[in-house]
Design a protein around this ligand. Structure first.
Ligand code: PEP
Ligand code: MG
Length: 550
């Protein structure tokens, strides 16, 4: 059987599958029908089994992982929590609900303590979920624990789970939900983990069954033949030996420079960017540096993180995006108000920061300090900017806090239409094609349900890109691309033809894009861009540009 979805990257992988259990529902608040003593003893048994499981995993893991896992084992056997669980059972709750409530109290107590203690709050939640899963007799939620490489099958991944993926263990993954620009896709691409997202159907597989994930063809082959497996293994080996391409600056065939920058969300990404020859950072997603923090990082804590990134790029530009909070990137330490029916259209990005100006001030102060300490070529930009009023607010505040080189992420169509106004006083623009596609096409980037719309090749998106690049050229200001579109080697050429002055992408895409740019002159790139602009659909624009390219 072959499943089809949306491919992320071009990789191929073969291996045994491990399925990620669906998230657990909150235990219902109903009266217990069982005997209190029996319920308490079953619950205690589940708690001690989970504690033992953590301790055993810690002993095998060693190092810092051992400390973390041992702390989790202690949480599962904490006498105060155990007494609280017993008490709640005695007052009529089920074991599941008693565990849920007692650990929730424990979690809030840690959050109130702040600092390092607050950072353990998510570990408490993990312990509680594991105990509840055991009481229900179902598999524990989250990324499966494995010691041998495997292919992950999941409904979808939370940003936290996606960020935990270990490329040494996860050979590839495929998901029922998720679109090509979702954070699952971005984080897997950044770790060079081949993925096929948005399969659209639940797949019931036994753990250990062999599958082949082919991201370039966007397919997942279930129960492949031996011939298919050996063919896939041969292709993987051939690609590994062809992977060493010389590192050089990005340029077209006629020598036109196109600086190739990196999108970075972790220190590991920053290291990969240097290794893979990035000419700087085109997008530092600062919210990913702090996505699991429960309390807001102080100015000092932020300065330390930014300094570490800046030091890796002496004499190269580093474009930092201030916290893009909300929608697909929730940060627990930023109050974004009650849940919204359409969070991507609501209180996110600069909108959320304007309502929490203390946070933006702290972040800009930390960036200015890190810049002064390292001498970095720092530029700062804001996400989810709607118009010149938003842009002027951000420029003024950044200057007040001592940051120069201030630009805007253009990812909302209103700002694309007003780019001429904004580029009069901003220093640069960087087009976020992931959100620009989502908002232009009214197609949710988190879903794979409308891939024909959630595609940056769409002529409607390309025409907006051209409008922004034209505004940049008229104002004499650079316009870069920092969305995933820049990582698509063929589209990268078209984007340069439309007027993009730099391209920023996940570090693993640098080699492909560098090689493709070197095949075309600026005149050819412009010709391809003109052809793509005339497409009627994303597929049509891609085909028009591809015919002439190959
Ligand atoms: C974008 O929207 O294209 C972008 C670069 O930002 P993010 O994917 O982090 O929303
Ligand atoms: Mg965006």
């Amino acid at each position: 059987m072959e499943l089809k979805g949306v491919g992320v990257g071009r990789g191929l992988a073969v291996g045994p599958v491990l399925c990620m259990p669906d998230p657990l529902e909150e235990p219902a608040l109903v009266r217990r029908t069982t005997d209190a003593a029996a319920e308490a003893s079953t619950t205690r048994a589940a708690l001690s089994a989970v504690a033992a499981e953590f301790a055993a995993r810690g002993a095998t893991a060693g190092g810092t992982a051992r400390d973390i896992l041992e702390a989790s084992a202690m949480m599962a056997s904490d006498p105060t929590v155990l007494a609280d669980v017993d008490d709640r059972i005695a007052h009529g709750l089920t074991g599941e609900r008693a565990v849920f409530e007692a650990f929730r109290v424990f979690e809030s107590a840690l959050i109130d303590l702040g600092g390092r203690m607050a950072e353990r709050a998510c570990d408490v939640r993990d312990v509680s979920r594991r105990v509840i899963a055991r009481l229900r007799g179902v598999a524990a939620p989250g990324i499966p624990q494995a010691t041998e490489p495997y292919i992950l099958c999941a409904g979808d991944l939370s940003p936290a789970d996606a960020a935990m993926l270990d490329p040494d263990l996860v050979l590839a993954l495929f998901t029922r939900d998720g679109g090509p620009s979702s954070h699952t896709a971005i984080l897997t691409r950044a770790r060079a983990i081949p993925a096929v997202v948005g399969i659209g159907a639940d797949v019931h597989l036994a753990n250990g069954e062999t599958v082949i994930v082919d991201a370039a063809r966007a397919t997942v082959r279930i129960s492949p033949t031996e011939l298919e497996v050996s063919h896939a293994r041969r292709v993987i080996a051939d690609r590994a030996s062809a992977a060493s391409v010389p590192l050089r600056a990005g340029a077209l065939a006629d020598g036109t420079a196109v600086p190739l920058l990196a999108n970075v969300g972790t220190h590991a990404d920053a290291e990969a960017a240097v290794t893979l020859g990035a000419e700087g950072v085109g997008l530092l997603r600062t919210e990913l540096l702090f996505f699991d923090w429960v309390v807001a990082p102080t100015v000092e804590e932020q300065r330390a993180q930014y300094t570490e990134v800046f030091r890796r790029f002496p004499d190269q530009p580093v474009v930092v995006r201030v916290f893009d909070v909300g929608a697909d990137k929730p940060l627990r330490f930023v109050p974004t108000g009650p849940p919204e029916p359409n969070p991507a259209l609501g209180n996110r990005g600069l909108r959320a920061l304007r309502r929490n100006e203390w946070l933006l001030r702290d972040q800009l102060e930390a960036l200015a300090l890190a810049q002064a300490e390292t001498g970095a070529d720092l530029r700062v930009m804001a996400p989810m900017v709607n118009d010149a009023d938003d842009a002027a607010y951000f420029v003024d505040l950044a200057h007040e806090m001592g940051v120069q080189g201030v630009g805007m992420t253009v990812e909302v169509p209103s700002l694309a239409l007003l780019a001429d106004q904004v580029l009069e006083f901003s220093d640069f623009a960087s087009i976020g094609t992931n959100d620009l596609t989502q908002y232009t096409m009214a197609a949710d980037r988190m879903l794979g349900t409308f891939p024909q719309y959630q595609d940056p090749w769409h002529p409607a998106v390309l025409r907006l890109v051209k409008m922004i690049c034209d505004a940049g050229a008229a104002a004499g200001k650079p316009v870069g691309i920092c969305g995933e579109a820049a990582a698509d080697a063929r589209l990268a050429v078209v984007l340069v033809g439309l007027g993009a002055t730099t391209l920023s992408m996940t570090p693993v895409a640098l080699a492909d894009v560098r090689a493709e740019l070197a095949l075309h002159t600026l005149a050819e790139a412009r010709m391809l861009a003109a052809r793509a602009l005339q497409g009627r659909t994303a597929a049509d624009s891609r085909a028009r540009a591809s015919v002439a390219l190959h």
